[in-house]
Design a protein around this ligand. Structure first.
Ligand SMILES: [Zn+2]
Length: 318
């Protein structure tokens, strides 16, 4: 078992290169640098990502989520152990292995199920949430409630990866170079099996995959196709898939997402549309769009300002 203390230093990293677009393929680091502290962290005009991106420990409060997947936070988040019986956490220096207890229980269940039903020895887990959720300095719009998790589209190896390997090893690109379909050399029944296992879990509300992966699933799924409804095409998501859990029972401040339109398998014109030229190869606009102003602390749910200000919970060795 890798010990939590090993990573104490790495937790100093709230982000490496705030300007970079941090995706699962981005490299982590063994020597993360702490961001300089904010002069006035209680200022409600601050971009929320500057506050939540600096949190190194969860708020010492009972586990609860507040707000929406792309504008919210979590109190009392728990860390997913970096090593489980059938999973390993990748890029731990990003400090995004936190989640609601239902997400941790789900990932444990999913990893065991995938090991039983595919040839994969287990799962490689990518980004979940920051210790207090909230917006991130780079990488994701959602993942703010501790109810989203990225799973790599590459099997866990049969051995424990070293710290350095976890920061540097790439995932597996599943989409073909022309973006129109999957790469048949790496698209296997086991890759689809991992996605299917997640989609069939009752706690799972949506799964995001690249449109080319959805297209392959539409072609290859046999028998019960009811799980295809939850698998939604999305840009990116070509070397990991994104799992979103529903608001857990009793989480009354968790904003429920609008239901998926229609109940079909999503293998219709709504999917074909993704392969239209302007969508798959978007033409750059002559005038670059003005970047959206970041969400400020004042715009976050009120409970999230309390979560941000709360004392940190000491998490012992795992
Ligand atoms: Zn994601």
């Amino acid at each position: 078992m890798m010990r939590y203390r090993l990573f104490a230093l790495m937790l100093l990293a709230a982000g490496q290169g705030a300007a970079s677009d941090a995706r699962a393929q981005d490299l982590g680091t063994l020597n993360p640098k702490a961001l300089p502290p904010l002069a006035n962290p209680g200022d409600a005009r601050l971009p929320a990502k500057q506050v939540f991106g600096r949190a190194r420990a969860p708020a010492a409060m009972p586990a609860h989520v507040y707000g929406f997947y792309s504008k919210g936070c979590i109190a009392g988040a728990r860390p997913l152990p970096l090593d489980g019986p059938d999973w390993q956490v990748m890029r731990p220096s990003r400090n995004r292995f936190w989640g609601h207890p239902v997400l941790l229980a789900f990932l444990e269940r999913l990893a065991a199920h995938v090991k039983q039903t595919t040839h994969w020895p287990g799962l490689l887990i990518g980004d979940m949430a920051q210790p207090r959720g909230g917006p991130m300095l780079n990488g994701h719009a959602s993942h703010q409630l501790g109810l989203d998790a990225d799973v790599w589209l590459r099997p866990m190896p049969n051995r424990r990866l070293t710290r350095e390997e976890r920061e540097t090893q790439p995932s597996q690109m599943i989409v073909r170079d022309d973006r129109l379909d999957v790469d048949p050399r790496v698209w296997t029944p086991d890759v689809m099996g991992a996605i299917e296992a997640a989609a069939k879990d009752r706690q799972v509300e949506r799964i995001f995959v690249n449109a080319a992966i959805k297209k392959a699933i539409c072609r290859d799924a046999r028998g019960d196709r009811s799980w295809l409804t939850k698998v939604r095409p999305m840009w990116g998501h070509d070397y990991h898939f994104h799992i979103r859990l529903a608001c857990p029972p009793g989480e009354t401040a968790c904003e429920v997402q609008a239901p998926i339109p229609g109940s079909g398998d999503g293998c219709d014109a709504s999917l074909t549309h993704w392969f239209a030229n302007g969508i798959i190869h978007p033409r750059p606009s002559p005038t670059p769009p003005r970047p959206k102003p970041p969400i400020t602390m004042a715009q976050m749910p009120a409970q999230c300002r309390a979560v941000a200000a709360a004392p940190g919970q000491q998490i012992g060795e795992r």
